[in-house]
Design a protein around this ligand. Sequence first.
Ligand code: NAD
Ligand code: UDP
Length: 334
Amino acid sequence: MQAYFSDKTVLITGAAGFIGSHLVDQLLKFGATVIGVDNFITGRHVNLQHLANNSHFTLIEADVSQPVASYLSQEQLESLGLVLHFASPASPPAYQNKPIETYLVNSSGTHNLLSALQANNPDCRLLFASTSEVYGDPLVHPQTEDYFGNVNPNGERSCYDEAKRLGETICGVFQRYYQMDVRIVRIFNTYGPRMRFDDGRILPNFINQALERKPLTVYGEGKQTRSYCFVDDLVRGILLLASGAELSGETVNLGNPEEYTVLETAVLVQKIINGSVAADDILFHDLPKDDPTRRKPDISKATELLDFTPIVDFRTGLEQTIAYFESPESKILD
Ligand code: NAD
Ligand code: UDP
């Protein structure tokens, strides 16, 4: 896949975020020229600071919900061979705190990118970062791509879930109506270095609570499940999907199907960091509304189309993530 990227100029929206910044690094390693765009609503400069003197990387501070011409020159737009549209708050507390920005970047942002490409550079490929949240509180388990989901259209999570679903709709329209090369990745819970310390998602919360010897905040009874993918595996899968031949119009789940309850997750994190678990190491809180009960990706399509299988086991990935949260860099909030 490296050869596909080596002569490409790639635009990454959300480049200063957790996944976006890892994509930037891998694409630069593959020899691509990268333009990153971010408005730093949840992203951090520190995630890209090591690239300050890299002549193959340009960082533009802008809101990608706005028309593309407001932040890219005509020359830059025409130079693009690939767009990875990853801009969007992703943590439930973050997107519930910025609901309008969240639905705009996934809807208007996706529309503005695709319409600018259609008018100026219609052969440029676009990959949209969708989510397992399009399945809502799923009634099918594990979740396959052909499942339409069970989403509350007007709940606390809908600014994100429904916006991702509309983003997928917009991708499908440009792909079918204009025969553009558009691909969709449905990402399941991913973790690793460069997540924000104050992100609010399960693993940054549990790891930082355990490191500070505070009780781990389990929501509900902790019986709900998630399946966690280490970021290196996810990035490999994304770049396989972005570079593969004849995948236009495909929607593919990416994640690690190993499923844990939230309580099992808390116990494992606490044991790795502090060696044992006592009753007062865990504090039960109310379960947030519409919190999905079970989540596990069926990745047979990714395996078949991309030869993708995750290789980093949960304990190894957790150890790397814990080491990151022990580093001073993780405490920098900008
Ligand atoms: P993140 O919050 O770390 O990164 C998102 C980045 O997008 C941030 O740098 C933020 O500043 C930027 N951004 C948001 N709105 C923007 C706008 N209007 N203009 C420019 N930049 C903007 O989140 P992440 O975990 O890296 O997620 C990246 C993408 O992957 C998101 O689209 C998210 O929905 C998707 N995703 C992530 C996960 C996961 O487990 N991490 C799961 C499913 C989907
Ligand atoms: N969760 C928890 N304690 C926390 C943070 C999250 O018990 O401090 C639970 C949350 O209720 C959900 C699961 O962990 O069931 C995953 O939450 P996260 O916010 O990471 O992502 P989600 O998969 O819900 O989008």
